[in-house]
Design a protein around this ligand. Structure first.
Ligand code: F3S
Length: 75
């Protein structure tokens, strides 16, 4: 199982992750990325669906500031 959240302290609002994985990430009013799963609120507590794992890893690799955190357990 995989879980994800965005470290908004290091996100530079580059916009890559939402383009790569639009079913996982969107942006807040400041353009900073966050996990959009209902009830997650960027806390990294919702398990990522199997069919979104490839998008997740692509987004993680594409983030220029390594702000997309991924763990095998809830954060
Ligand atoms: Fe921010 Fe990285 Fe996404 S800088 S907008 S978390 S690709």
């Amino acid at each position: 199982a995989k879980y994800t959240c965005v470290d908004k302290d290091t996100c530079i609002a580059c916009g890559a992750c939402g383009a790569t994985a639009p079913d996982i990430f969107d942006y807040d009013d400041e353009g900073l990325a966050e996990v959009i799963f209902k009830g997650d609120n960027n806390r990294g507590i919702k398990e990522i669906d199997e069919d979104l794992l490839e998008d997740l890893l692509d987004a993680q690799e594409g983030c220029p500031t390594d702000s997309i955190k991924v763990e095998e357990k809830p954060f």
